[in-house]
Design a protein around this ligand. Structure first.
Ligand SMILES: Nc1nc2c(c(=O)[nH]1)N[C@H]1C(S)=C(S)[C@@H](COP(=O)(O)O)O[C@H]1N2
Ligand SMILES: [Mo]
Length: 329
């Protein structure tokens, strides 16, 4: 067997406990990621935060918008839901997620444009960042220019329901192009400022947190036995959060990256959502171990590299590789 030229990624990170989902290891099982699971149900959406979820009461919740503004405001939930709403499909991914694990999910969100709210308060010219303080003592900041983008949303609904407690009820930020760290939940205070050092930056993580181009294999999972002599559907997701123009193609290799087969993209939305892909493999009738590689190419022309980096501190890169074995009855 050819040795893989691959640096093993570490699997534990400070920005999140990695809790791998237990999969049924059936070779003939339905793919884990398929068009029917393009939108992750709320109950299956990954959950990650520094402590316990904050439990807030919609009736008493207030959000102050303060700092370098012309006219500070204190808003209740009714003030926000009365504003013009937008809906969008958005994928969230944790910066601490080693490529291919489970800290990535996709939902349909409803909310308001953050810029509509910021225009109400009028940022002063010296304001450079928008700081979000949260009920669990988490805090993070984003550049004012990012906050003013049309796609930056304060969300209050997720898949047609009020934001579930664990996903930030009553209001969270959806900040396109950026890992979960820059998508604060349970927001209670928004402050315009000149600079801010955020919770995870103080602990060494990237203050920018741009999502990296990555592909994950959902099926098969590691160690699975794949029956030889049949067609097997390899499938997964790819995502660049729009940072490289969106996913152009996904390829799979079963010969350690010597040759690549193009996968079919069978579910997609804008580049701010993941794409789901599949590749029908005619499995040889020969019992042997196999390593399945997957990589994506973005519209910018960037193709993922085999050699990866660990998640800490800027987010993981490199191929997702699944070790499995072909079995013959
Ligand atoms: N208030 C608050 N918001 C937070 C966090 C947190 O600890 N507290 N964690 C962030 C991180 S690291 C991630 S990956 C996402 C996860 O969002 P989810 O739990 O809705 O999937 O929330 C982000 N927003
Ligand atoms: Mo995260």
């Amino acid at each position: 067997m050819k040795r893989r030229k691959f640096i093993k990624l570490s699997v534990i990170s400070a920005a999140g406990l990695v809790l791998p989902v237990q999969l049924e290891g059936q070779a003939d099982a339905e793919p884990l990621l398929k068009p029917g699971t393009f939108v992750t149900p709320n109950a299956d959406f990954y959950v990650l935060q520094i402590g316990n979820p904050a439990v807030l009461d919609a009736n008493t919740w207030r959000m102050a918008v303060i700092g370098l503004v012309e006219k500070r405001q204190v808003l209740g939930l009714a003030d926000i839901t009365a504003m013009e709403s937008v809906t969008a499909t958005r994928t969230l991914k944790c910066i601490g997620d080693p490529i291919g694990t489970e800290q990535m999910s996709n939902a349909e969100w409803k909310g308001v444009r953050l810029r509509d709210l910021l225009e109400k308060v009028g940022p002063k010219p010296e304001a450079k960042v928008v700081v979000f303080r949260c009920a669990d003592d988490y805090h993070t900041a984003i550049p004012l220019a990012d906050a003013m983008r049309e796609e930056t949303i304060l969300a209050y609904e997720m898949n047609g329901e009020p934001l579930p407690t664990e996903h930030g009820f009553p209001v969270r930020l959806l900040n396109p192009g950026h890992y979960g760290t820059k998508n604060p939940k349970w927001i209670i205070n928004i402050q315009l400022a000149t600079a801010h050092e955020s919770y995870w930056e103080k602990r060494g993580w990237d203050p920018i947190a741009n999502v990296k181009l990555a592909t994950m294999i959902g099926t098969p999972s590691g160690g699975e036995e794949i029956p030889g002599g049949k067609i097997y559907t390899v499938s997964g997701a790819a995502f660049d959060a729009g940072n490289h123009g969106g996913i152009k193609k996904v390829e799979v290799s079963i010969d350690y990256g010597q040759t690549w087969e193009e996968a079919e993209i069978w579910a997609q939305d804008t580049s701010l959502a993941w794409v789901l892909w599949k590749w029908e493999w005619q499995v040889p009738e020969k019992a042997e171990p196999v390593e399945i590689y997957a990589r994506a190419t973005a519209h910018s022309g960037l193709t993922q590299d085999e050699i990866g980096i660990e998640a800490d501190p800027v987010g993981a890169t490199g191929y997702h590789i699944i070790d499995a074995s072909v079995v013959v009855a």
